[in-house]
Write a protein that binds this ligand. Sequence first.
Ligand code: SAM
Ligand code: SF4
Length: 330
Amino acid sequence: MGKLVDPYGREIDYLRVSVIDRCNLKCFYCVPDVGSCSPDVSEVMSLEEIIKIIKAAASLGIKKVRLTGGEPLVRKDIVEMVSKISEIEGITDISLTTNGVMLNELAPALVKAGLNRVNISLDSMNPANFKKITRGGALKKTQRGIKAALKAGLTPVKINVVAMKGINDGEIEEFVKLTLDNDLHVRFIEYMPISKSHQKQWGECFMPISEIQELCEKIGPLEEEQTYRGNGPAAYYRIQGAKGLVGFISPVSRHFCGKCNRLRVTADGKIKPCLFSMDEIDLKEAGGDEEKLKELFMRSLDLRPDPHQVDRNPESRFNCSKREMQQIGG
Ligand code: SAM
Ligand code: SF4
């Protein structure tokens, strides 16, 4: 069986696996309607199932794996999972996206198990605002998690900030200042109306990257940083002399589907060939058989949409997912 190259020539070497759809926070932009997000709906994959899926994907050329959720650190077997993934032939990079709440206790063990990098979501540095956005979270825990990640050597630690009008736009300059003395990549992300339940609040809070960038430039001119221009969606800049970088991810206002190098697997074992599409392929059909898993991965390539069509018609990109972000993993 060949490598993962889709009909439009996009090579796929990156797999994002949502390892759980539950979370210890409830960010309003991720779970707009708490009632709709029943914790019992999905059959979360077992550790064994996840490892089999990643092994099959690695034999088709997947090199990088990101564990996400829900909140991946609430899984009791997360350290063992990282350790088992690090033993899979062909996997050269293991990363994790987390809200950082449990990172203080887990960072050293995760590094020992083979974790290479971490992205931490932090949308406010004001305790009251953090609590409001996350519907009850404690800022201190995430801040401790960031410190623990830096201490454990997971550098550069990437901080993901969903920038939103009237919510945290007044803190953008403060976030940029964090990069001056710290080896942090602060990445601003546009709010995506990922499902129908977002429509009203998205209309009120959405901020295009151009506006976010203008606010960042109040701290100083941003110099483009070519070193980090990979296949990822972020464009990186540095304030002159700063230790860290400022990144911009613009899924709504600027297209990047033409460079998309990733596939996603949901916590209940479905391949999502494109974040913005309804299509899914159920990996549980394979019954754990490696050859069948590989066939399903190859089949998912045909469901990858034409990047030009997706890019040209941003309207069609959104409000089309039957899952909320918490169930997909970002
Ligand atoms: N719980 C982990 C966390 O918060 O980092 C991992 C899962 S979370 C779904 C992954 C990423 O998706 C986070 O950086 C979060 O900010 C982002 N995200 C969630 N909903 C979003 C939305 N509607 N628009 C843009 N980004 C979103
Ligand atoms: Fe949980 Fe992450 Fe979604 Fe916030 S963004 S509710 S921390 S999954």
